[in-house]
Design a protein around this ligand. Structure first.
Ligand SMILES: [Zn+2]
Ligand SMILES: [Zn+2]
Length: 294
């Protein structure tokens, strides 16, 4: 599986010279195996991915079939969707999956984003064959890759995490979740409730080849944003290392964090998670970065 980051920034896009290295686009990750294309989230990064797919389409003439999985419908995770060029091609097949909690409501939310109050082009202009479904408990088979979802509780409005697997290899995408609240016991919930959620999270990420995880804040910053639904870097790192994760991609970078700042964070954590000291490698996801998994 080839994993490419098209958007790594959380909350709002942050273009400019301060964010050139890690990128300013909001969440979008592609996972490709052969001709199969899975996309995780439709933040502003999906625009550039769409343009890449259009070039491939023009070259080969083979119709595109795309499987898009949405962790939730906060703006930063859906805002690029109206700019996804393949959606306007009649022979594209676009399968969209989202939280089972939202049901058919998901289609309504996505359509509303393209209401004339917010956007000049309505979803009716999409000439592609679109299906919008909730992802069930059994997950979805996508030509030899399997996608399984699980509800995440500690994010305002909820979100879901995904496991994408092929053979023995697996990738976990778990963003927009406040690990500090339950894994580090910072919420007002009972100890038992926190333990149940921690056990579920740890079981889900166990032995992942790659974990793409929410690490928006430093430990100090987190104290100012308790309840906002995002995690601190040290809590994410400890949880991943304790579960045998091989590669940890810190994701959903705070809009206030410049390249310089993220380089400093990477340097700081590298002393703890170097290959000699720990079997886990930890890095900050960068727009345009591609990894081969499995
Ligand atoms: Zn987000
Ligand atoms: Zn969110």
């Amino acid at each position: 599986m080839l994993v490419t980051f098209w958007g790594t920034r959380g909350s709002i896009s942050t273009p400019g010279p301060q964010t050139e290295k890690y990128g300013g686009n909001t969440p979008c990750v592609s996972v490709r195996q052969g001709s199969t294309i899975i996309i995780l989230d439709a933040g502003t990064g999906i625009r550039e991915l769409g343009l890449r797919l259009m070039r491939e389409y023009e070259k080969t003439g083979s119709p595109l079939e795309v499987y898009l999985f949405l962790s939730h419908t906060h703006w930063d995770h859906i805002q690029g969707l109206p700019f996804f060029a393949p959606a306007y091609l009649p022979d594209t097949k676009l399968h969209i999956y989202g939280s089972p909690k939202k049901g058919r409501f998901l289609a309504a939310i996505l359509e509303k984003q393209m209401d004339t109050q917010y956007f000049p082009v309505s979803m009716q202009e999409w000439k592609s064959q679109v299906t919008i479904e909730e992802i069930g408990n059994d997950g979805v088979d996508v030509n030899g890759m399997r996608v399984v979802a699980e509800e995440q509780h500690y994010h305002p409005g909820g979100s879901i995490r995904f496991r994408v697997s092929s053979g023995d290899a697996n990738i976990i995408y778990s963003t927009d979740v406040e690990l500090d609240a339950f894994v580090a016991g910072q919420s007002a919930d009972t100890h038992e409730a926190q333990q149940v959620h921690t056990a579920a999270y740890k079981a889900f990420i166990k032995d992942a080849e790659l974990l793409i995880g929410d690490g928006q804040y430093t430990a100090d910053e987190y104290k100012r944003y308790v309840g906002w639904g995002h995690s601190s870097m040290p809590v994410l790192a400890d949880a991943a290392a304790s579960c045998g994760v091989k590669r940890l991609a810190v994701f959903h970078h705070d809009p206030m964090h410049s390249d310089h700042f993220l380089d400093r964070m990477a340097h700081h954590f590298a002393s703890e998670y170097t290959e000699e000291e720990s079997p886990m490698s930890m890095f900050w996801a960068r727009e345009g970065m591609t990894l081969s998994i499995g």
